[in-house]
Design a protein around this ligand. Structure first.
Ligand code: T1G
Length: 680
């Protein structure tokens, strides 16, 4: 199938690329485009060229699936050189998302026009890469060094109107009129005799930054926290510095070196793996496109606490009205007030208008009785994590909810099948496990019960996309996927802190690995009384609570906190840990190297992941990675526990687990023995 078509309209050649789903710049597209341009350039009847894509978007970048494989010629730089050196003006006509190599292609065209709904950007940093087809050299020549630093290290797409303001495009077309407007724009360029402006030739916006290393030092210092653990932002900064310091072609060479360094590294491999893992998670093998999700136009949420309120906001954000049910007026008012406060905070930060706040608040129907949910399409129960309470509610819902309504529980650990069995319609019950704060965290574990019918599962998966979540399908099992596999980290941390390493040393190791914070900092943030509330036996956290240490909220937990919540290590805690260890007969083995701490806390997670796979609770290893990255902030530049386990080496993990007295899972042993992997 030819992906490139060429048609001449009044001396303007229109090169149309059509390679679904997103016109990625794979080999066939490059080959077709190069040939079409050579033909148009050679045709004397052609005075200008318009480059446009069919389908839903302009080129969405290089073909990510080709990375790591030998490059077939012409490569992207070859094709871009053909376009840039065209003796006839070339206009890029942009719709959808011109991203990465796609926007770099637009940057070698002499002019760019886009419909207002289009977005352009260089998101390679999200793949652990940098724009490797001239983006780091050409964008600074259009927007200046400082803006280029923000745009390329930020990796976010920019709307067409904003891009016009920044000079990233030259004109806006009418929505739906792109092709016609682009041809007219090309003819205007011809009739006005406008120059063949090559971005590479512009110096005016990079010159002011020449010989000023302080620009980059200040930028890196300002973003140190955001860039922590990632290599790509640092190479991007070096490449942009080269754009200011070096002649264009030398800058391109520097960009290439810095690109290859990232491309061949483990971080980018992990982040490219994650790109496809997130998309793969949406697929449920036995539920095809023929299984239609049910329409959800109204939602009921039971419980207006932290979770209930956050859950409700997800639906209000996409215009779905919510009936919010609570037991008492006070609890209802409190819940609604928190939702309003959250929205008003967003409005204060300019993320939404005051009108939008009122619109969303008006879409809430407060209720003190479950009967208010008789006609809604979906009911989500988000009450206290107690099985008898949940079963009681589902039994009542069974009598109230309309036939065909979807009944969902936000339980984070409990047996969904037991909850569903409290109704006469268990096939209409599923788990929708949100992560706190529910209006922010992107992960949604969709839990499929033993009898949940396919339409209901399909509805859960589709709903996640609608409310901007990434759905990961889980079977029924204690703690489902993310909570279950990550619990091991806390168990090991609590054991290890008795053996010598301090809470600070353990937290440091986990922080340096790439998590936002270590386990003990996390407990102090959440509150020792919250984490430890259900435990009957004596625990270390229990001893700290007895000593009046509840965490950040009262200035004392595993750390002491000053009024600005800055943490310092506590000799009192060291004593309590020492006493608890002695009482449990745990010998102090002294400090431990951070890589040993990482092994101790994270290898058991890989092991638990293997069990989750064995039991079929997770469909695939990459789903576990998506769940841990989005649900627990597992650093994406490692690819998640299962991908990371493959990188570390499964045999090494098996040996270390045995050293810890942990029996490796059958599947882990098998893969280690036959040299296979979880995610390759
Ligand atoms: N390469 C290969 N496949 C891609 C792709 C790409 N660049 N972009 C999307 N797909 C596939 C995706 O896997 C999915 O497949 C389908 O298209 C629809 O995607 C030299 C180094 C464009 C905003 O980082 O951000 O250029 O699952 O489900 O939600 O400097 O896809 O259906 O089989 O995401 O509407 C830079 C990546 C590459 C953009 C559309 N470009 N893509 O979002 O659909 S590196 C990017 C996206 C580069 C140069 C460098 C999004 C999208 P399947 P989707 P969507």
């Amino acid at each position: 199938m030819t992906v490139a078509a060429l048609e001449v309209v009044n001396a303007v050649a229109v090169v149309t690329i059509d390679s679904p789903p997103v016109n990625a710049l794979g080999f066939a597209v490059r080959q077709g485009m190069d040939a079409a341009f050579r033909e148009a350039i050679a045709d004397d009847g052609v005075k200008a060229i318009v480059l446009i894509c069919a389908g839903r978007t302009f080129f969405a970048g290089a073909d990510i699936s080709e990375f790591g494989k030998p490059v077939q010629k012409p490569d992207l730089l070859d094709v871009l050189s053909t376009i840039e050196n065209s003796p006839k003006p070339v206009v890029a006509a942009i719709h959808g998302t011109a991203l990465g190599g796609g926007y770099e292609t637009a940057l070698v065209c002499h002019y760019r026009i886009a419909v207002p709904s289009a977005r352009v950007g260089l998101p390679e940093v999200n793949l652990g890469l940098l724009p490797g087809a001239g983006g780091t050299q050409r964008l600074p020549r259009i927007v200046g060094v400082e803006k280029a630093l923000d745009i390329i290290t930020g990796g976010k797409p920019i709307t067409a109107p904003k891009a016009l303001e920044l000079g990233m495009i030259d004109a806006l077309a009418q929505e739906g009129q792109l092709r016609e407007n682009a041809i007219a724009f090309a003819q205007q360029i011809l009739s006005e005799g406008r120059p063949l402006q090559r971005v590479r030739d512009r110096q005016d916006l990079v010159e002011p930054a020449r010989g000023k290393p302080e620009i980059y030092e200040a930028f890196l210092a300002k973003n140190a926290q955001a860039f922590r653990g990632f290599k790509a932002p640092y190479n991007i900064v070096k490449a942009i510095e080269a754009a200011a310091e070096l002649p264009f072609d030398e800058g391109m060479e520097r960009e290439k070196e810095l690109f290859i360094e990232l491309h061949d590294g483990t971080e980018s491999a992990a982040q490219r793996y994650y790109f496809f893992a997130e998309r793969e998670a949406a697929r449920v093998p036995d539920i095809g496109k023929d299984v239609k999700p049910l329409p959800i136009a109204s939602v009921g949420v039971i419980g207006a606490g932290t979770m209930g309120g956050g859950i409700a906001m997800n639906f209000l954000n996409v215009g779905i009205p919510v009936t919010l049910v609570e037991m008492s007026e006070a609890a209802l008012e409190r819940g609604i007030a928190i939702i309003r406060k959250n929205y008003e905070n967003s409005a204060r930060k300019g993320r939404m208008s005051a009108e939008a706040v009122e619109q969303r608040m008006a879409a809430i129907t407060p209720a003190l009785d479950l009967s208010a949910l008789a006609n809604v399409d979906l009911i989500i129960e988000a009450v206290y994590e107690e099985i008898s309470v949940k079963k009681d509610i589902f039994a009542k819902l069974d009598a109230i909810a309309r036939p065909g309504a979807v009944l969902a529980s936000n339980t984070s650990f409990l047996d969904l099948d037991e909850i569903a069995a409290a109704t006469k319609r268990p096939e209409d019950v599923l788990g929708l496990h949100f992560f706190s704060p529910a209006n922010v965290m992107r992960l949604l574990e969709v839990v499929r019960g033993a009898t949940t019918r396919k339409e209901i599962v399909a509805t859960g998966m589709a709903l996640a996309q609608k409310i901007g979540k990434v759905a990961v399908l889980s079977g029924v099992g204690y703690g489902f996927i993310a909570n279950r596999v990550m619990t091991g980290r806390m168990i090991q941390a609590n054991a290890l802190v008795l053996e010598g390493p301090t809470p600070a040393e353990i937290d440091r190791a986990i922080y340096d690995y790439g998590f936002a914070m270590g386990p003990f900092q996390m407990i102090d943030l959440v509150g020792l009384d919250v984490i430890g509330r259900d435990s009957q036996e004596r625990t270390l956290a229990g001893d700290l609570i007895k000593a009046g240490r509840l965490g950040q909220k009262n200035g004392a937990g595993f750390y002491d906190y000053d009024e600005r919540r800055n943490a310092t290590t506590s000799p009192v805690v060291a004593d309590i840990i020492g006493e608890f260890a002695a009482a449990n007969g745990v010998e102090n083995k002294g400090a431990l190297a951070s890589e040993k701490i990482i092994a101790r806390l994270l290898y058991p997670i890989v092991n638990e992941g293997a069990k989750v796979l064995e039991e079929g609770v997770a469909l695939r290893a990459s789903d576990i990675d998506v769940a841990c990255i989005l649900g627990y902030g597992w650093p994406v530049h490692t690819g998640g526990p299962m991908h990371w386990g493959d990188t570390v080496g499964l045999n090494k993990i098996v040996d270390e687990l045995r050293g810890m007295g942990i029996e490796p899972a059958k599947l882990l042993l098998e893969k280690a023995a036959n040299g296979t992997f979880f995610t390759r």
